[in-house]
Design a protein around this ligand. Sequence first.
Ligand SMILES: O=C(O)c1cc(=O)[nH]c(=O)n1[C@@H]1O[C@H](COP(=O)(O)O)[C@@H](O)[C@H]1O
Length: 233
Amino acid sequence: MSTASPLIIALDYTSLDAALCMADRLDPARCRLKVGKELFTRSGPDVLEALHGRGFEVFLDLKFHDIPNTVAGAVQAAAEQGVWMVNVHAGGGRRMMEAARARLEQHALSTHLIAVTVLTSMQAGDLAEVGVSATPAEQVERLAVLARDSGMDGVVCSAREAERLRALCGDRFLKVTPGIRPATADAGDQRRIMTPAAAMAAGSTHLVVGRPVTQADDPMAALAAIESELDAR
Ligand SMILES: O=C(O)c1cc(=O)[nH]c(=O)n1[C@@H]1O[C@H](COP(=O)(O)O)[C@@H](O)[C@H]1O
């Protein structure tokens, strides 16, 4: 089932059972689900089948970053399992992203392919330590333009960069933004954060939300509060 909701709930759980327990409380008409490294490494592709069977569109977030041939094969494997979206690291460069795009086209696979720019957990000091003297905003901009030119459908960035990317790359270029924190939620390890309503106003096309819902005392109430914040816009 496809949904008009921008919400993607990150199922960052340590077991398939725990992830499905949450999925069974959620509604595919109201959100999409994200499967990341921890859950996929524990459960393997079974989790995809289980979530697809429940009617959810799934973002497989494995952030592939390798040589072009390897990434193209991994992206093909993800798409052949029917995921709605898959991501690679833009830092893998133009040839890597182009190879992934070409592979999807060769096999007529319509999975959305997006590239991670600068992780939302990073700020200027973290970039400096890995040899990047640009600010996060500048580096996101550089990688987003490279991703667009390499055939990506969009990027993962923080909502703080979404407005600039909308101006640079247009409305149809997807801006998938983690680091979403309702005003009262803990930032945790995230650094470039924004509230759900502010992120949508800034031009995010999709909001990735994990712990503010999954670790809440009442996850359904936390999700409902985010939905009403978005509805009130
Ligand atoms: O690609 C991602 O989904 C991602 C990119 C990024 O820059 N930052 C980021 O937090 N994520 C993912 O988004 C989710 C955010 O979860 P919470 O911080 O719990 O809301 C996690 O599953 C991260 O792996």
